[in-house]
Design a binder for this molecule. Structure first.
Ligand code: R5P
Length: 326
């Protein structure tokens, strides 16, 4: 269970904390501000006529602990650049500390070279954020936990897992009938944690990417016959990984299939493909805004705002963040 605000913990009223947002997920920033009961800081984050970013911090931040909410999603290059330029403006305005709240870390899937002459863009982004003045990063379900090591500043890599587990526990599914499925070898640790929390079984799909954005399923380990499957992943992009997994699980005898994914990018025709598939429900969070056009009757969006708000509060008062995860 997610343990949120304990009684008699300090509130932020009158404290030296300012929360800003860029343009990538202002809805989430507003929800976090509401959780913390603080107003959002005033800043202009726009464009000059020639397309260059124009940032103006419109209130005093000297000596303040500043948090910027800006998942690097949507047009990832633009949203990343907004974050960097905001950090620069805040550094030059003498903020005491700058924490980048990047619930979805774009370029995370480029965290290693898989063939010769490729970049490690996730590391480049870490370098850029640090150079721009970030003192600390708060993120959710990094594609690879090792990305924390790309930074020489503290990184809180939070899990959306307790929020999803709380939601899923309220479904009328006997734990003996439930199997958590990792859709690839890289996700086994995440799936195991879900399985332990839900008291469910564990199964693994092994996939291969013959080329970018294409998926081949290679193998399956586990027993799914007559069971309910919960596929657990960090990202849905094209939906290829998920939907190949759904087909395989149905073929192996799964009775019902659900999915829980932290970051719903829904690229290309992912939503239409989900609608047309036998999957019952896809649970995502609002780390990335799920636009109304991307919503379907099968997609449920859970909010990470209380989790992020509480993490900000705990960072500010130097309280444990890991305690949130029980
Ligand atoms: C890959 O390792 C990730 O964990 C996701 O499974 C993947 O990024 C999803 O992408 P897509 O939806 O395009 O298959």
């Amino acid at each position: 269970m997610l343990v949120l605000q304990e009684q008699e913990q300090p509130t932020l009223e009158g404290e030296n904390l300012v929360l800003f947002t860029g343009n990538s997920n202002p809805q989430l920033a507003h929800a976090i501000a509401e959780y913390l009961d603080v107003p959002l800081g005033k800043a202009l984050v726009g464009r000059f006529t020639n397309g260059e970013l124009r940032v103006q911090i419109e209130e005093n931040v000297r000596g303040q602990e500043v948090f910027i909410v800006q998942p690097t999603c949507g047009n990832v290059n633009d949203t990343l650049m907004e974050l960097l330029v905001m950090c620069d403006a805040l550094t030059r305005a003498s903020a005491k500390t700058i924490t980048a709240l990047v619930p979805y870390y774009g370029y995370a899937r480029q965290e290693k070279k898989t063939t010769g002459r490729e970049p490690i863009t996730a590391k480049l982004v870490a370098n850029l954020m640090t150079s721009a003045g970030c003192d600390r990063v708060i993120t959710v379900d990094l594609h690879a936990a090792a990305i924390q090591g790309f930074f020489d500043i503290p990184v809180d890599n939070l899990m959306a897992m307790p929020i999803v587990v709380d939601y899923f526990r309220n479904k009328d599914i006997r734990k003996e009938d439930l199997v958590v499925v990792s859709p690839d070898a890289g996700g086994v640790t995440r799936a195991r944690i879900f399985a332990e929390r839900l008291g469910a079984g564990l199964a693994i799909i092994f996939k291969r990417r013959p080329r970018p954005d294409a998926v081949d399923v290679m193998d399956f380990v586990g027993d799914i016959e007559g069971k309910t499957a919960l596929i657990v992943d960090d990202i849905i992009s094209t939906g290829g990984t998920l939907l190949r997994g759904v087909d395989l699980l149905i073929e192996k005898g799964a009775k019902r299939v659900f999915a829980a994914t932290t970051h719903g990018l829904f690229a290309g025709n992912a939503v239409e493909a989900i609608e047309a598939s036998p999957i019952e429900e896809v649970i995502v969070t609002d780390t990335v805004p799920v636009s109304s056009t991307a919503r379907s009757g099968k997609i449920t969006v859970l909010s990470v705002a209380p989790l992020l708000g509480e993490t900000i509060r705990r960072n500010y008062f130097n309280l444990s963040v890991s305690k949130l995860f029980g």
